[in-house]
Ligand binder design. Structure first.
Ligand code: PEP
Ligand code: MN
Length: 306
């Protein structure tokens, strides 16, 4: 992958650390677990989620306010009102939040309210969006396209880095295949390959990969076992009532239990799930690189805030 000048590893030990808050970072020994609903539906819903998850070893909250829906008639997200809700639970529960940005004109607002900006699968090759995220000033969670090759995925990340933002976390979320028993096929081979090819952290979204709540836990375990740096999992106070992706949503209790059950798997592969709660939130976007001095020559922008 010789065109991935900034994203490809230059040596086996090179590993970028992407920080979500002062105490939570992707790419180190500690795994990062993010949980929350597919869609932000109300303040009460997000309060319930944050209350339960903030006392468990869960390190960040998710919730979409700009939703890419297959049908134009389906709920498209709360927009700005949802961002206010996220900002409220973020500061009240001292938990960083991740939410999706679908277009360039949403970036400034989302970057003001959230700690990390998600690029959804459907936008993985929205090149103008990727370029604009180069100057978002916040870390980016880049999800793999529905039918994107590993190379296309890596090159999408390259767009963001080459436009000035070194804080990119890759997310494998399942790819399309012929079988429709599961929603998608979780490509754990890609996780292992990406860990070898790139120095960026790689996390897994088992929820969108499998699409059925009873199959989320085994995939989450497999993801940790094969070297993922974290997980993003959908959960809801009343899973069956979720306005989107209800079939794959875990209850909050199942979410907490799942994370507990991951601890021995993490330990077996030399990783840790930190019990840190009430993490310090950043006011400015942090990032730093672990790597050899020679890598400093690769891309000056990557080092500006070291
Ligand atoms: C989501 O995270 O809710 C989502 C829409 O994910 P994806 O882009 O992976 O389908
Ligand atoms: Mn979803």
């Amino acid at each position: 992958m010789k065109n991935a000048k900034l994203v490809a590893k230059s040596d086996l030990e090179q590993q970028t650390i992407v920080r979500l808050s002062q105490t939570v970072a992707f790419g180190g020994t500690d795994l990062v677990i993010i949980g929350g609903p597919c869609t932000v539906e109300s303040r009460e819903q997000m309060e319930q989620v944050a209350q339960k998850l903030s006392v468990a070893p869960i390190h960040g909250l998710r919730g979409g306010v700009y939703k890419p829906r297959t049908s134009p008639y389906a709920f498209q997200g709360m927009g700005k009102a949802g961002l206010q809700i996220l900002a409220g639970v973020r500061s009240h529960y001292n938990m960083p939040v991740v939410t999706e940005v679908m277009s360039i004109d949403q970036i400034a607002d989302v970057a003001t309210h959230a700690d990390m900006l998600q690029v959804g699968s459907r936008n993985m090759q929205n090149f103008d969006l990727l370029k604009a995220l180069g100057s978002a000033g916040k870390p980016i969670l880049l999800k793999r396209g529905l039918a994107a090759t590993i190379e296309e995925f890596v090159m999408a990340a390259e767009y963001i880095l080459s436009h000035g933002n070194p804080d990119v976390v890759l997310c494998e979320r399942g790819i399309r295949s012929f079988d429709n028993y599961t929603r998608n096929v979780l490509d754990l081979g890609a996780v292992a390959a990406l860990k070898q090819i790139t120095h960026l952290p790689v996390i897994v979204d088992p929820s969108h990969a499998v699409g059925k709540r009873e199959l989320v836990a085994p995939l989450a375990k497999a993801a940790v076992a094969c070297g993922a740096d974290g997980l993003i999992i959908e959960c809801h106070p009343e899973p069956e009532k979720s306005v989107s992706d209800a079939r794959q949503a875990l209850s909050l209790e199942d979410m907490v239990n799942l994370v507990e059950s991951l601890k021995p798997v993490a330990a077996a592969v030399g990783r840790n799930i930190s019990n840190t709660v009430g993490v310090g939130l950043e006011t400015t976007p942090p990032h730093f690189y672990l790597g050899r001095t020679k890598d400093r020559n690769r891309h000056d922008a990557c080092w500006q805030q070291v």
